[in-house]
Design a protein around this ligand. Sequence first.
Ligand code: 5GP
Length: 182
Amino acid sequence: MKKGKLFVLSGPSGVGKGTLRERALNDIKNLVYSISCTTRKPREGEINGVQYWFVTREKFMEDISLNLFLEYAHVHDDFYGTLRQNVIDELEKGNNVLLEIDVQGALQVKEKMDDAVLIFVAPPSVEELERRLRGRHTESIEAMKTRLTNAVNELSLKDKYDYVIVNDNLDSACEELRKIIL
Ligand code: 5GP
């Protein structure tokens, strides 16, 4: 059976990655999402095993020492990581796998799996991103500032990606993503 392909979606907080991901998963058959582990506390409405596997720092450190992660990174003061075995299993089954991870993680994946397709979602401008983040009301002011600073750093690395999608119109951005994956 033909092995699946690995797609990695990154981009700053507030850029609309989550919506793009949802739409891609709804629209594209044989595309599965890899649920990451994180030490971040769940936000209101988030459920363990749906958005993330929410784990303690101790558990995360143990999983690092057991070499269970395909990649992991320290993002906005918490750890986030992709469990390797799930990804390998899905690819072996012939499914395409979508990761939604930060830039540091994406570059680690590319180093280990050269045929992974890296897709960066960029905002039309940093000002627009700030406006969207403020409108989201999911973070404290402090957390939002960290996210904006990280956003500028992430944007500087977008040239390392195979594709850059500028999300100024959600429908066209979704269509661009669909075309890349299909
Ligand atoms: P959030 O806390 O808003 O859910 O996610 C924060 C950031 O962590 C986002 O940029 C998201 O893409 C990234 N992230 C989520 N899961 C992973 C992962 O497994 N690995 C890495 N490296 N980053 C992740």
